[in-house]
Ligand binder design. Sequence first.
Ligand code: FAD
Length: 383
Amino acid sequence: MSAILAGFMRIAILGAGFGGLELSTMLSEALGDSVEVTLIDKSDSFVFGYSKLDVMFGRTTPEAVRLSYRDITKPGVRFLQQTVTSIDPEARRVSTDGGVHEADVLVVALGADYDRDATPGLAEAGNEFYSVAGAERLAEILPTFSRGRAIVGVCGTPFKCPPAPSEAALLLHDQLSARGVRADCEISFVIPFGSPVPPSPDTSRALVAAFAERGIEFVPNRRVSSLDGGRRVAVLDDGSEMPYDLFLGVPKHRAPDVVIASGMIDDVYIPVNPRTLQTRFPGVYAVGDVAEVGVPKAGVFAEGAARMVAASLIASAKNGEQPGAYDGRGSCYIEFGAGRVGRVDVDFFSGPEPTGTFQEPSGALVAEKQHFGSSRRASWFGR
Ligand SMILES: Cc1cc2nc3c(=O)[nH]c(=O)nc-3n(C[C@H](O)[C@H](O)[C@H](O)COP(=O)(O)OP(=O)(O)OC[C@H]3O[C@@H](n4cnc5c(N)ncnc54)[C@H](O)[C@@H]3O)c2cc1C
């Protein structure tokens, strides 16, 4: 690597999500225009994952939560709105609908895509709340749901932000209560884990207690495998059936097609050294949801991995000491409804098993979560 980096370094970052935005920001702050960072994303804007819940429950609009990439003005960083169409990791060459880009260092941060078709019936007879479009659609449907059973159901693992479907069930309870129709509705929550947040028993206990207090049926260790729209039933992975009137799904996830076609994947996502985020291709890293790291698919972990890669590249550029290993730590805020937010701090690599520390829901954590968003908005977009 040091031979590559002895001269002017060209770094191509594919994907301007949590990982790509943090990495480009850190590189710019430390190295300015002494390096050439090309940040590529097919979209014109970024949306925080949790904003999809806000859109779905009508707390805000998609326009209000979109952060435009036009606002990225950082020394050394060039943003290109282009779609990556092929990646050659051996040559560190990337083709897009706008041209060909060659790099000394390539960082793949393309996230995870949704595979709606993997769950028969989901597209025709259900809804998902994991995309902005899905959340926007639900913002129109939810106010019309006043009677019957709603299922919040997970269709595959791993999925982004493991607490998010628990949050959706609790916020749905709030919305139905506020509309005065809760007594006419049932809410069931189906998840293929034994508990809502497996690394943190305290968090899981608090969530299960919150479900019980609100009369939300919790169905652990089950995955939704298909929907039968004609009979309005969800079929679970053990063959059992649950009738529903409204289905709110977490779709199955997979790596983006262009990553699958690149030959970087062994199994489902890109294998990396979990301590350095390096792939088996020299000068090629993968961070965030697209990588197989052994941590959950969540923005805070994508960001932590990006910080690790940034520290390593900055050290190489400055001929400094390489940083220690990626620590696999992250904190997630969890909406408990009724205007309260909890927090779980998870540590995946320090001990033999992942551990999680829970902070009880409070108003103070609502403010902390807001600060989490506004601080990223400021450092990534200057807003
Ligand atoms: C409902 C919900 C709630 C969530 N809540 C939280 C939370 O509270 N805290 C938290 O930490 N995480 C949360 N997450 C998870 C978080 O959003 C993701 O884990 C995080 O965005 C992953 O970051 P990333 O950089 O790996 O990928 P992403 O942020 O998904 O970015 C990938 C980027 O790659 C681009 N891209 C993909 N394919 C191409 C291509 N071919 N060409 C060009 N560009 C391409 C995409 O447009 C995208 O901008 C939530 C997610 C959801 C759905």
